[in-house]
Design a protein around this ligand. Structure first.
Ligand code: SF4
Length: 117
């Protein structure tokens, strides 16, 4: 059965077609690795926001430091929505370690240094 994927490894966004053992449309080997991973264990970097106690920045942007298994994204969002940051963390600091019992951490992508309560 033929399946199509858009490779998201780089901005080219190649349309990669998998037909049995044939893989075509990729412009580099990373596209092959990407579709193989998508067909077996798809993962995504999760980007979202977290609540804070700071009125100046009531929500702050975060992302996972590595891709998370796709099937854990809803559970991860449920855990993330329970968090309220109460310290002026810096960019790159960990908000949640081992998200969903994986080795993936949730990190801040914006600095809260100097923010007022
Ligand atoms: S196949 Fe290669 S060139 Fe095409 S989007 Fe993927 S990484 Fe980029």
């Amino acid at each position: 059965m033929k399946k199509e994927f858009i490779c998201i490894v780089c901005p080219r966004g190649c349309r990669v077609v998998v037909d049995g053992d044939d893989i075509s449309g990729n412009q580099c080997k990373r596209g092959i690795d990407y579709v193989k991973a998508e067909m077996t264990a798809p993962k995504r970097v999760l980007t979202t926001t977290v609540k804070t106690i700071f009125s100046e920045w009531p929500r702050v942007s975060v992302k996972t430091d590595k891709p998370l298994p796709k099937e854990l994204l809803f559970k991860a969002m449920s855990d993330i929505n329970k968090v309220i940051i109460d310290k002026p963390l810096d960019i790159g600091e960990v908000v949640i370690y081992n998200l969903c019992n994986t080795d993936v951490n949730l990190i801040l992508t914006k600095s809260l240094k100097g923010v007022q309560k």
